[in-house]
Design a protein around this ligand. Structure first.
Ligand code: NAD
Ligand code: WQD
Length: 340
């Protein structure tokens, strides 16, 4: 079956393309390379042992999106990663985030309806839960008001797909995957996260500090109401996350799948504190990390982790990698990238 992967040159998309090809899917990658590099295509090709079909297209441009989809009308599914993803940037450029994240989604669903492509997997995020106190979060846990335009685009994306599915006119069956905190890299060390400029996320900041590109990691807050005072997240290995997309696609085509729209958490179900991540990194890398305790970062929540039971039971997915695998693979990728 042919699958269009939008944003497939990015961090999660590139790993998913590898898992899809390994599972026997035929992949077409569409990306405007606004947050990724053309080199990623060669690297994906090296990992899977063949060239991937690539179309450079800005999917927020409705004509360009329709034109790109028209060249692959035999595709049956779309995995839609293409979006902007920085929380702070979305606060400084909200219009850009609404235009790209919502505009691209609508252009994609419009083309899917036009060319009778039935299956869509949408990249959502645990950010849709906001600062919830119901832990672990279940898919049924209510969404709270978003704390950024980025978070709002993910809530809106889900609402759009849910509402589309409730109309008879729409033929699209969709799944929204709510990712928790994706980290780590492919075991080959060929593909991984390539943050632009100073990383905002914890894992790339840790690996860049250990590699000597940042002087010191600031641990944002040690006075949270958590076991060691630092904030807790559900880190998920990017290869496990990638395999959840394959399972979601397999499931949507099966007899078991009756609903036109479904939501699944993709996390391990385990919360790890910032200090636990640092300890894991030091253990797997053998490096001593230079860090200091700093004030809390504005907008951060104390704790969030998934209840992933529904995902495991329904789409037959579970995480295989633990925190040490995540920090170890992130470090292997950083070292290879920097030639260390
Ligand atoms: P990424 O930036 O590495 O990948 C996104 C890709 O989409 C990039 O290659 C970018 O060039 C492309 N893109 C953006 N706008 C486009 C457009 N208009 N047309 C074509 N291509 C476009 O991000 P990622 O970390 O791989 O995230 C993928 C998806 O998962 C995003 O939708 C993101 O919001 C979501 N998500 C990410 C995280 C995370 O922490 N990384 C967590 C939850 C959800
Ligand atoms: C993790 C923990 C920080 C950097 C973000 C988005 C979310 C989702 C995933 C897309 C927090 C702490 C971080 C540093 C630190 N993305 N930290 N020092 O904020 O949980 O989630 O990415 O959908 O929407 O908000 O991830 O990696 O930034 O932070 O102490 O230099 O590490 O305070 O507790 P976050 P993160």
């Amino acid at each position: 079956m042919k699958v269009i992967v939008t944003g497939g040159a990015g961090y999660i998309g590139s790993h998913t393309v590898v898992e899809l090809v390994n599972a026997g899917y035929d992949v077409v990658l569409m990306d405007d390379l606004s947050n990724s590099s053309i080199d990623m295509l060669d690297k994906i090709g090296d990992v899977i042992g063949k060239k991937i079909c690539f179309i450079k297209v800005d999917l927020s441009d409705s004509d360009a999106c329709a034109k790109a989809f028209k060249t692959h009308v035999d595709a049956k599914a779309v995995i839609h990663f293409a979006a902007f993803k920085s929380v702070p940037e979305s606060i400084s450029k909200p219009n850009e985030y609404y235009r790209n994240n919502i505009g691209s989604l609508l252009n994609v669903t419009t083309s899917m309806e036009k060319y009778d492509m039935p299956y869509l997997v949408f990249s959502s995020s645990c950010t849709v839960y906001g600062d919830t106190k119901e832990l672990p979060v279940k898919e049924s846990t209510p969404m709270l008001p978003p704390n950024s335009p980025y978070g709002h685009t993910k809530q809106l994306g889900e609402h759009i797909l849910k509402n589309l599915s409730s109309t008879l006119a729409s033929k699209i069956k969709s799944i929204a995957l709510r990712y928790f905190n994706p980290v780590g890299a492919h075991p080959s060390g060929m593909i991984g996260e390539l943050p632009n400029g100073v990383p905002g996320n914890l894992m790339p900041f840790i690996t860049q500090t250990a590699a000597g590109f940042r002087q010191q990691l600031s641990v944002f807050g040690d006075d949270y109401n958590t076991p060691d005072g630092t904030a807790v997240r559900d880190y998920i290995h990017v290869v496990d996350l990638a395999s959840a997309h394959v399972k979601a696609l397999d499931y949507m085509q099966s007899e078991k799948s009756k609903e036109k729209y479904q939501v699944f958490n993709v996390g391990t179900g385990n919360g790890s504190s910032v200090l636990e991540v640092i300890q894991s990194f030091e253990r797997t890398s053998g490096e001593k990390l230079n860090y200091k305790i700093a004030p809390r970062r504005e907008g951060d929540i104390a704790m969030i982790y998934a209840d992933a039971k529904y995902t495991m039971e329904t789409i037959n997915w579970s995480a295989k990698y633990n925190l040490d695998d995540m920090t170890g693979s992130a470090w292997a990728w950083e070292k290879k990238l920097r030639g260390l």
